[in-house]
Design a binder for this molecule. Sequence first.
Ligand SMILES: [Zn+2]
Ligand SMILES: [Zn+2]
Ligand SMILES: [Zn+2]
Length: 287
Amino acid sequence: MNEVIVNIIGTAQDAGVPHPNCFCQNCINAIHNGTRRFAASLAIIEPDRKQWHLIDATPDMREQMADIQMKYRLQGQIMNSIWLTHAHIGHYPGLMFLGREAIGAQGIPVFCGNNMKQMLEANAPWSQLVELNNIQLNSIGHEQQEQLSPSVRITPIEVPHRNELSETFGFWIEGPTRKLLYIPDIDRWDEWDRDIYDVAKKADICLLDGTFHSIEEIEQMGRNYKEIPHPVMTETMDRLQDLAEHTEIYFTHFNHTNPVNDQASAFAQLVQNRAFYIAEDGMELKL
Ligand SMILES: [Zn+2]
Ligand SMILES: [Zn+2]
Ligand SMILES: [Zn+2]
């Protein structure tokens, strides 16, 4: 059977860890100990076919590409397609490396929502990538399945998020044996017209928005939880606790302030004790 691997190539909130212009303890640790996290992203690799696909094109794409190409002997082999969740800065600026100043790619298929497609087509510098045919934009729609290859199917699902510039999608990624649900960014679970419990129940593996650990973390930042449009990990764990025994549920997209950045923290321990997982850069999941 053809092997399908998802490599978690980034696990940080959009700006990464260390966060620019921040010298909090997590950021200092990341600078000194090399425990940095790239912006949240996935690579889907089929080593036998020598093909790979990218979910989101982050500002860290240069390093993320090199890691994947070295690890799976794909040197010089550009990604076969890119699927974008939405137009926030951690999720699409990597497209710039495909342009004339860098790779000068030819016709890389890029899949994104209609609003995002229009935004990229209408605004420089992204419009130049389209004009020079570095990328070929294709629109995706809620629950419109696409076959990435005979062994991999991908299905976008629209989720509520601060949609100033584009709609926001999560993705189902289905391999020969397992089905993964990826939702790196979402506003509150309550604002979704479906129940995350029912959705997650259909998955073998979930990778979910873990931007903030708890309401206390947000208050310590001097922010009001009501103004922060993310579910907190403690709430997500409460909702999904029953599933955690049977489903591998990972958190990703960590803000630099999140105490789980430090694996030795009490919060990281709590997550593990509740049978949930903290995604780390470079983790491999077999589908
Ligand atoms: Zn994000
Ligand atoms: Zn920091
Ligand atoms: Zn976002």
